[in-house]
Design a protein. Sequence first.
Length: 207
Amino acid sequence: MTLQNRVDPYGSLHAVAARGAWMGNRGVLHDESRRIVATWRLRRWIACELSFRGRRREVFAPGRYTELFFLDEATALAAGHRPCAECRRSRYEEFRAAWAAGAGRPDRVPAANALDAALHADRVDSRGEKKTFEARLGSLPPGTLVERGGRPHLVVDRARTREWTFSGYGPARRGAPETRVAVLTPRSIVSAIRAGYAPQRHESAGA
């Protein structure tokens, strides 16, 4: 049985065979029949290592958090997840510092609860649906995910993108820097990337 736990850049959950490079957590989203019954339960959306200190989990165990999986860190960030403070401590600290710098407050690095509250407001609207914003393609830093032609694309450099799929990225496609696009990566995370946080990308994204 293929479980509905693979996350796309919109934050939606799908049942596909490919797993990905990172695991995520939004709380208990499945029922006793291992069916997804909610898209999130917590404001703390995190992206974790696939393996940490030899811990073993039964996937979709009753009453335990729902294991989610991402192609790469760029996808996890686009969906609104941030690095875990336990299994990815150094990257979590890098992310917090870059997030504060991107917000124009480098001397006010937020605590986890404040960061998660801000990220939650940035990733979902009042109806609980994906929040996006519009920007010029050429203004966005590499590692950002945007929508082009109704499909998610990764920005790989100035105005050049690659189409996202569950198994990797497609060929590079160049666009006009002034093209207006819907940005899938939450605004404050884009600012953190611009401030120096470099998300891990699937090898198909190129150098």
